[in-house]
Design a protein around this ligand. Structure first.
Ligand code: PLP
Length: 224
């Protein structure tokens, strides 16, 4: 287990242009409080029920990010408080977030999840789907979501060249959207890429937000 000082050093080593989201799924309140007490405030979860329960028990000034696949029928539970949703993977989901956020007069920052890995199982848009969405009238009319950027997960592989290429392609898409969809891409400033195993590569390729769990807390119980 890392010492408090190790964790401080780790978080301090992340350049100021990169925001670390500490992914706390499966971690106990006690483990999360420890990181909180070191001054960290941004935590990510991937299941709605776990997220809502933790938010009820833990300090109010935590900024919670939803990083995992989000089912439309569960948006209503997180709409009152969620700080950012990284995993918008369909126009329909974005529409529902807009509707639910509207009930609280909120504007929820959302990232469009891009399918960059070669694996079949991962959710997300391809680049055409994103362009189509950002050009659509429907997206322009949504007042309660802000399309703040993109999120992507690289292939789960030891092949660093492959991972780097996937991140590089995502960065290119991000920059291109910022320019070509300038109207829709106002406030578009977040590129969420990089997890514990590949965050260094992601930062080298221009990530502005990394999602790290294992690196901070150690291996999750039951994971290899
Ligand atoms: C679990 C998870 C992470 C963090 O994974 P680690 O390998 O523990 O850093 C990042 N992003 C998403 C979407 C996750 O589900």
């Amino acid at each position: 287990m890392l010492s408090d000082q190790d964790i401080r050093d780790l978080l301090d080593s992340i350049p100021s242009g990169v925001t670390p989201v500490v992914v706390s799924k499966t971690r106990t309140d006690e483990e999360i409080r420890r990181i909180y007490n070191l001054g960290h405030r941004i935590f990510g979860e991937n299941r709605v029920q776990e997220l809502v329960e933790k938010r009820d028990r833990l300090p109010e000034d935590i900024e919670w990010h939803m990083v995992g696949h989000l089912q439309s029928n569960k948006v209503k539970y997180i709409a009152p408080f969620i700080s950012m949703i990284h995993s918008i993977d369909s126009p329909k989901l974005l529409r529902i977030v807009d509707k639910e956020a509207g009930k609280y007069g909120r504007v929820i920052p959302c990232l469009l999840q891009v399918h960059i890995a070669s694996e079949e199982t991962k959710f997300g848009f391809d680049s055409n789907g994103i362009r189509e969405l950002m050009r659509s009238d429907a997206a322009h009319r949504m007042e309660h979501v802000r399309i703040s950027g993109l999120m992507g997960m690289a292939s789960f592989t030891e092949d660093e060249v492959k991972v780097r290429n996937e991140f590089r392609n995502l960065k290119m898409l991000y920059e291109d959207l910022k320019d070509s969809e300038a109207q829709a891409a106002r406030g578009f400033s977040v590129l969420s890429m990089g997890m514990s195993g590949d965050y260094r590569i992601a930062m080298e390729e221009g990530s502005s937000m990394i999602r790290i769990g294992t690196l901070v807390f150690g291996p999750r119980p039951g994971s290899a």
